[in-house]
Design a protein. Structure first.
Length: 249
């Protein structure tokens, strides 16, 4: 079974190409949900899975990490990977925080912070945001991009000129990076996120608090939409959600 070059099916517009990791994740997740690997079962070794699925070990390990994030498996050092849940994924965990807790805090903190940043930012703040945005738009490494994504959100908080806001974002920094990498790998978020970040920087540069809060709210809405699409495949999305041809939300 070769999962190293899979592609989704569908009609116009052409579907987003599925990475090898996504294909492996889909295969393993499906096997768990169908009961081929029951709760308590140990998954085959990495070497065996690589042989069966004809993928490299780095690809397999990324898929295994995604399964753990979704709460379907747990890795036990020296023993292997075990299935701990076969039910539908409801709330993935990124580091120390669940996705729902993370998104709740982000909405209550980052949306007003964006407005304050538009009103209070200094030329130095704007220069940092612009430089980070340009670096992100040219970065192709997912891990490096995710790291810069957290720096970008920290820079927005810094521009609000309230050290408490920056401290809050610092606290969730690791979780933000994990969530960002997860969404980019499985949801094709990077290019759309870059566009959302640019709209936010433009609003902050214009000094428009209302445009900045709208831009941040839109950004977080798209993050939530993508997360839902990944963890609950097939769920009907809200009517205002763009299709993949309109945006890689």
């Amino acid at each position: 079974m070769n999962l190293s070059d899979s592609q989704t099916t569908g009609s116009v517009p052409p579907p987003r190409r599925v990475s090898a990791m996504e294909a492996v994740l889909g295969h393993l997740r499906g096997a768990i949900e169908r009961g081929e690997y029951a709760v308590g079962d140990k998954l085959p070794s990495e070497a065996e899975l690589c042989r069966r699925l004809e993928v490299s070990r780095p690809v397999l390990r990324e898929a295994l990490r995604a399964l753990q994030t979704m709460g379907l498996t747990v890795s036990r050092t020296g023993k292997g990977t075990f299935v701990v849940s076969a039910g539908p994924v409801e709330d993935p965990t990124f580091g120390d925080y669940t996705a729902s807790d993370l998104m709740e805090v982000r909405r209550h903190v980052e949306i007003p912070v964006a407005g304050y940043a538009a009103e209070r930012r200094t030329p130095e703040d704007l220069d940092l945001l612009t430089r980070l945005l340009e670096r992100m738009e040219h970065e192709r490494d997912t891990t490096a991009w995710a790291a810069m994504d957290t720096l970008f959100h920290l820079a927005v908080a810094q521009a609000a000129q309230n050290p408490v806001f920056r401290r809050v974002i610092e606290e969730i920094r690791d979780a933000l990076a994990r969530q960002s990498a997860f969404l980019n790998e499985l949801g094709g978020r990077r290019e759309q996120s870059d566009r959302e970040h640019r709209a936010l920087v433009e609003a902050i540069a214009d000094g428009s608090a209302s445009d900045a809060t709208d831009a941040m709210a839109h950004h977080l809405d798209r993050v939530g939409t993508t997360l839902t699409a990944i963890v609950r495949p097939g769920r009907t999305l809200p009517a205002d959600t763009p299709t993949e041809g309109e945006a890689q939300a």
